[in-house]
Design a protein around this ligand. Structure first.
Ligand code: 0O2
Length: 211
């Protein structure tokens, strides 16, 4: 019974995949246009690189259970309402300040609706994780309907991304658990990298003000 349910669930997920992929395409294009315009204006493109991902069906299912969504296999509409990171876009910017410049330009666009902001750059997580998380909704125009699709955006500086990628890999390799000592060391690394971000930003200001 459960297996049959799960197959139906997978099929339904495949059907909505297109909508989330479309949302990623729309957002990516918007970001590239902003980056191109910045490069044209002042020679400094804020974006280092962009990554995208659709949440895997298994991890979506696990998150639905963790969120206490009842009978998730038959409750896709509730999953879509409650889980914002089915579509994820990670924007790695050159400097810390770029994450605020870029996210606010995106939020000003009239077709973009802000759902939620979590600023782990100004208020890092206990682990030392830093990043600006912005959930937005973007309209998608399909053949016979228009749908609004949420996208979780993670804006990071290169330094923040370095930390998050390495910490994620270390945790993963250690099956999710690191000793207190290692956690403390990682926290210190995060602070050092934040200092580097500040210094690099100051250097950049000096260089640009000399032009
Ligand atoms: P993946 O593979 O990146 O998708 P949740 O905590 O998931 O119930 P919420 O509110 O979305 O719900 O959480 P949060 O903390 O705002 O964002 C979760 C995402 O932020 C994670 O996604 C990671 O990408 C990133 N993240 C949060 N905390 C840490 C951390 O301590 N270290 C690292 N490396 N990344 C972090 P997922 O779903 O875990 O994974």
């Amino acid at each position: 019974e459960l297996v049959r349910d799960k197959e139906a669930f997978f099929q339904e997920i495949a059907d909505i995949r297109l909508e989330y992929e479309a949302a990623i395409k729309e957002i990516s294009t918007k970001l590239e246009i902003l980056d191109d315009d910045f490069k044209q204006q002042d020679d400094h493109g804020p974006i280092h690189h962009i990554q995208y991902r659709l949440k895997s069906v298994n991890s979506l299912f696990e998150k639905a259970e963790r969120y206490g969504i009842e009978d998730p296999l038959n409750n896709i509409s509730e999953i879509r309402k409650q889980i914002y990171d089915i579509a994820g876009v990670r924007v790695v910017c050159n400097y810390r300040n770029d994450i605020y410049r870029l996210s606010s330009l995106l939020l000003k666009q009239e077709d973009i609706k802000l759902i939620r902001i979590k600023d782990y750059s100004s208020n890092p997580k206990e682990s030392g994780y830093r990043s600006l998380h912005v959930v937005i909704e973007v309209p998608i125009f399909l053949v016979s309907k228009k749908v609004s699709i949420p996208v979780e955006m993670q804006f990071r500086s290169i330094a923040m991304d370095t930390w998050a990628s390495l910490e994620h890999e270390l945790k993963y390799k250690n099956e999710g658990a690191l000793s207190d000592d290692l956690q403390n060391k990682l926290k210190i690394c995060s602070e050092i990298l934040a200092d580097v971000d500040n210094m690099m930003e100051n250097i950049r200001h000096e260089v640009f003000s000399e032009e």
